[in-house]
Design a protein around this ligand. Structure first.
Ligand SMILES: Nc1ncnc2c1ncn2[C@@H]1O[C@H](COP(=O)(O)OP(=O)(O)O)[C@@H](O)[C@H]1O
Ligand SMILES: [Mg+2]
Length: 365
C-alpha cells in the first residue's frame, strides 16, 4: 500500500466518535437516568408508564439517556419501545408508520392508507403489551403543529381502543415546551419534566476522557490536548463539539505521522471545526429564527426592545413568539443576554461569535 498505512492508526475504533454512537460509559447523569427508569418501570409489569419530557440544550445527553434505556426495554417481551426522530419523521403518518413497524415487525402498506386506518391497526396490534414512544426533537414537529396532533393521538389511544397502554417520552431543547402545547393536549398531558443542564468543565473533561479511552489507543491523547479540547467544548456548550474536535485532532495527528495527539493538533483543527458546527446549529433553526439571528449579528449591540422593533418590521411575528425565539437562541448558545443596569426587564443582546463567522453560516440559506 502506498498511501494508507492501516497499521499506523491512532484510533482503536473510529465509530466511537460518530454522532449516533452509544457510549459505553454514560457519566454524571444518574439523577436523570433514575427518574427515567422509575417513570418507565411500570411498563415492565404491564402497566402504563408515567409520561416524561426530557428538556435541555443540545449536547446534554438527552437522546443518549433515552436510547440507553430503550435498549434495555427492548429486552422485555411485554414492552414495545419505539424511538422516533422528529427531525426525520415529521408527519403524523410517518410517526405512526414507524410505530406500526415496531408493533408488527414489518412495513405498513406504503400507499393510500388513511391515517385512521393506520392508527387503529397500530393500537389493535399492541394487545397486552405496553407501547413506549420516544419523540426526539419534538420542537421540530411543534413548529408545524404536528406535535399536538401526534401527542393527542397517543394520549387518547386508550379511549379509542379499550385497554391499550401507551407511554410517551418527549425530548426537546425548549424548556417551555409544555406551556406551548394545545389546550386539548395539555389538559391530559402532565409529563414529569426531567432537566438536562449544561455540563460543567470537570464533567466535560471526564466524559471526553472516557470517549478517548474507547476511541484511541492508550496514551495517544496527551493531557494538554485533552484539557484544551475540554476547555473549548465547555466554552461552546455542546458535548458534540468536543467529540468532533477530538476526532479531527486525531486525524490531524495521524496526517503528521505523530504518535500522539498534542496541543498543536487541536489548535490546527479548531477554527475549521467551529465553522462546521456553527453551520449545523444554523441549519437546525427555523426561517424566522435565522432572520432574527442575522439581524442580531449584523447590528451593533442592541437591547431586546430595539431588536423587537426591527424584527417586527421584517416579519409579522408577535412579541411572545419573538421572546421564545430569543430564549432559544440563548439556550443553544448562539447569543447571550445581560440585564441592563438601568433595571426593568430590558436586556442587552451579546454576540458569542465573530459576526463574520455567523453571517457566513447564514449565507447558505
Ligand atoms: N453523560 C454523558 N456521558 C457520555 N457521553 C455523553 C454524555 N452526555 C452526552 N454524551 C455524548 O455527547 C453527544 C451528545 O449527546 P446527545 O445525547 O446526543 O445530546 P442531546 O440529545 O441532549 O442533544 C453524544 O455523542 C453522546 O454520546
Ligand atoms: Mg438529541
Amino acid at each position: 500500500m502506498r498511501y494508507l498505512r492501516w497499521d499506523e492508526t491512532l484510533f482503536r475504533n473510529y465509530e466511537v466518535f460518530d454522532e449516533d454512537y452509544l457510549p459505553e460509559e454514560y457519566l454524571h447523569r444518574e439523577t436523570q437516568l433514575n427518574r427515567l427508569v422509575s417513570n418507565l418501570k411500570p411498563a415492565l409489569r404491564g402497566a402504563r408508564p408515567v409520561n416524561c419530557l426530557c428538556l435541555g440544550p443540545p449536547g446534554t445527553g438527552k437522546t443518549t439517556a433515552v436510547k440507553l434505556i430503550f435498549k434495555d426495554l427492548s429486552e422485555f417481551e411485554g414492552v414495545i419501545p419505539v424511538y422516533v426522530n422528529c427531525q426525520i419523521m415529521n408527519s403524523k403518518q410517518q410517526v405512526f408508520a414507524k410505530i406500526f413497524r415496531a408493533v408488527y415487525g414489518y412495513e405498513p402498506p406504503s400507499y393510500g392508507v388513511p391515517f385512521t386506518k393506520l392508527y387503529y391497526s397500530v393500537m389493535k396490534g399492541i394487545g397486552e403489551r405496553v407501547l413506549v414512544v420516544a419523540l426526539d426533537d419534538l420542537n421540530f414537529l411543534l413548529s408545524e403543529e404536528v406535535a399536538n396532533e401526534v401527542l393527542y393521538a397517543l394520549l387518547k389511544a386508550h379511549e379509542e381502543v379499550e385497554g391499550v397502554k401507551v407511554g410517551i417520552v418527549g425530548i426537546a431543547t425548549d424548556v417551555k415546551l409544555a406551556a406551548r402545547l394545545d389546550e386539548r393536549v395539555s389538559s391530559v398531558f402532565h409529563p414529569d419534566e426531567i432537566h438536562f443542564p449544561l455540563y460543567g468543565f470537570e464533567e466535560i473533561r471526564d466524559i471526553l476522557a472516557s470517549r478517548a479511552r474507547f476511541g484511541f489507543y492508550p496514551g495517544v491523547l496527551s493531557d494538554e490536548a485533552l484539557d484544551k479540547i475540554a476547555e473549548l467544548c465547555y466554552e461552546y456548550g455542546d458535548l458534540r463539539f468536543g467529540i468532533y474536535l477530538m476526532k479531527l485532532a486525531g486525524l490531524e495527528a495521524e496526517r503528521e505521522a505523530s504518535r500522539r495527539i498534542e496541543l498543536r493538533h487541536v489548535e490546527a483543527v479548531y477554527e475549521g471545526s467551529r465553522r462546521v458546527f456553527l453551520k449545523k446549529s444554523v441549519q437546525a433553526l427555523s426561517d424566522h429564527e435565522r432572520v432574527l439571528l442575522g439581524l442580531i449579528y449584523s447590528s451593533d449591540e442592541l437591547t431586546t426592545g430595539e431588536l423587537y422593533r426591527r424584527f417586527k418590521e421584517m416579519t409579522a411575528v408577535g412579541y411572545t413568539k419573538f421572546y421564545e425565539m430569543l430564549s432559544k437562541l440563548e439556550s443553544i448558545r448562539l447569543i447571550d443576554t445581560r440585564f441592563e443596569q438601568r433595571g426593568g426587564r430590558t436586556r442587552a443582546i451579546i454576540k458569542r461569535y465573530e459576526p463574520a463567522l455567523v453571517l457566513d453560516a447564514l449565507e447558505e440559506f
